[in-house]
Design a protein around this ligand. Sequence first.
Ligand code: HEC
Ligand code: HEC
Ligand code: HEC
Ligand code: HEC
Ligand code: HEC
Ligand code: HEC
Ligand code: HEC
Ligand code: HEC
Length: 431
Amino acid sequence: MKKIMSVGAVVLMFVLCGGLSSFRPASAEVETCVKCHEKTSPGQVADWKASQHFKEEVTCVDCHGGEHKNEKDVKLVSFPDESTCGECHEDQFNQFAKGKHNFGWTSLNAMPITHVEPDELMEGGKGCGGCHNMGIKTEAQKKEQLAKGYRYQNNSCDECHTRHTFSKKEAKDPRACQQCHMGYDHPQWEMWSSSKHGTRWFAKESGRLPESASAPTCQECHLPEGTHENKTAWGFLGVRLPLPKDPQWAADQVSILKALGVLNPETGKPTARLDAVKAVDLARLTEEAWQKERVKMVATCKKCHSESYARTQLEMGDSMMQKADRLMGQGINEIAALYKDKILVKPDNYSFAYPDLLFFMRTGGGKLEQASYIEQVLFKMYMKHRMRTYQGVFHANPDYTYWYGWAQMTKDLTEIKDLAKTMRATHKAVK
Ligand code: HEC
Ligand code: HEC
Ligand code: HEC
Ligand code: HEC
Ligand code: HEC
Ligand code: HEC
Ligand code: HEC
Ligand code: HEC
């Protein structure tokens, strides 16, 4: 009874103190952490000592609690999530919560592919999870992660302000975005750094342009005025509602929505996956939501360009999307016809006998005999080459738009058509 009382009193004290943040630890307690960690992990202590937090007396105990006291009780350490930072940085926390980064982990887990891949790549953060470790995790998500034996990756704020320096200057540098916004399906780093915008920034960096010269960074366009809320009009998948007015473009976007599994390929009606898309804000679903982001972007370009120049550039991005979708639509329908004619057979992990872009490379869910090469070409056409085509225009990069994007899409479509022809001929011969 006594024991329960005293636990209750401690909890009450804690609540009255308003949680960890306003609980100012005795400096002797912090001294112990620092003294020992100066030996066990000196790099971390040095980083902390170089931070703004050190000057403001924000300590190890504020973020990790005071329960672990020696090498034997390391399990008692607590790892701060975004809400711990939010206790002192409410504005940044609230903005972050409204932006797309807050959906990184949830959108990853909404993908069927995620659940057929090794845990090391997900909870362990060595693949998809290394970049999608973004967003405030629910208690259930944390439990699931712990149950799989992974106790790190609880904080998104340290993705741009790395620990334990937690520096503002570091996060303002476009290289803070590079680890994630690069590579296969979203090479924004490569596109920006080799565009005129990036070139100017590097020229400034090395003193070849005056410090006051204008050169937009990722942050200036996507986190303007220091906001932590990030979102774009088209989003990653390059689909939106309402459908475009042009009937052919609308039809092509419908083919893409079917291949994303959000429209039933037989009835054209929304599937349960549409709810998952809504839940993670994967696409703008009203004209107003789309225009809101576009207007913000034009206002940013206008700081250095004429409005007419800016609008012309952005509208070219939209019409490149339309042209890319014409190629995509043809590719999808070519493969859909193979399913219809039973030349391709529905893999067990698919809901429909129709190409499913959200399984990425994993047609057949790992069953090699069910995997189809032709569908992998379609996957590459969508994820790699269509992305590069429209992202390249928006990031003012001619080479990505043409050679790595549009040119490859035309090649993919030729390959799909050729493969389909051969598959039909073989099918007929075997029959
Ligand atoms: C007597 C030495 C000692 C003291 C005092 C100490 N630690 Fe540690 N701490 C360790 C050792 C040893 C580890 C394990 C390091 C390893 O895994 O290599 C550790 C690990 C940690 C970890 C990482 C846990 C993990 O799972 O990776 C954190 C965070 C931490 N300590 C914070 C603190 C804080 C905060 C304090 C003060 C309240 C503190 N330490 C006091 C020795 C100490
Ligand atoms: C402003 C908050 C904050 C402060 C102050 C802080 N940490 Fe951390 N620390 C973090 C975050 C965030 C992580 C990463 C958590 C995760 O991966 O889930 C972390 C992780 C760690 C780890 C384990 C991961 C690794 O890279 O080894 C150790 C050890 C650690 N901290 C030690 C310390 C020590 C010692 C101090 C004091 C000198 C300290 N921390 C002060 C926020 C803080
Ligand atoms: C106990 C309160 C407290 C906690 C918890 C805390 N901070 Fe801070 N932080 C401060 C104070 C005070 C400053 C200095 C004033 C300011 O810039 O707001 C600061 C400054 C910063 C800065 C600006 C540093 C610079 O270079 O100017 C960043 C970035 C930051 N904190 C990130 C974080 C992150 C990320 C976490 C969680 C891992 C965190 N803080 C947790 C109090 C806190
Ligand atoms: C190198 C880092 C990185 C890796 C690895 C990675 N992603 Fe991503 N992912 C991103 C970034 C960055 C975006 C946003 C890109 C954009 O909008 O152009 C994104 C976007 C997405 C989206 C769309 C989210 C939305 O709402 O717009 C999904 C779904 C997704 N990734 C799933 C995955 C899966 C599944 C894997 C592993 C097979 C994976 N990602 C691997 C960085 C990564
Ligand atoms: C996508 C990268 C990114 C992430 C993730 C991120 N920040 Fe920031 N943060 C920035 C940038 C960029 C700035 C500089 C803003 C500016 O121009 O003043 C900044 C500035 C800050 C500042 C300093 C504000 C000031 O004006 O002095 C704090 C505090 C801060 N962030 C806290 C956080 C917290 C808390 C989180 C997690 C909820 C977080 N950040 C996550 C990019 C990021
Ligand atoms: C740790 C990896 C990581 C870092 C670092 C990172 N991002 Fe992201 N970013 C992502 C992921 C993952 C997504 C997709 C989130 C989702 O699934 O909803 C994303 C989405 C975005 C989007 C939204 C695109 C859309 O769908 O509308 C923008 C804009 C963005 N990031 C900009 C930035 C900028 C600018 C920086 C650097 C200051 C940055 N990011 C740093 C991983 C990262
Ligand atoms: C000059 C402004 C500008 C700069 C600089 C810039 N972007 Fe973008 N970004 C855009 C525009 C415009 C779009 C398309 C917006 C839309 O959907 O209408 C976009 C779209 C995005 C998207 C969503 C998917 C896509 O690519 O279309 C992400 C993610 C992104 N940018 C990340 C970055 C990163 C990371 C950097 C820096 C390496 C960066 N951007 C630099 C203007 C910029
Ligand atoms: C901070 C200032 C700044 C912002 C913001 C900015 N730009 Fe630029 N932009 C420049 C400068 C400077 C150049 C180089 C002009 C030159 O080539 O002589 C440039 C060049 C360009 C180019 C031409 C590239 C080439 O190779 O000729 C395009 C296209 C462009 N910007 C589009 C945009 C769009 C679209 C936006 C908004 C999404 C935008 N810019 C935002 C400063 C800016």
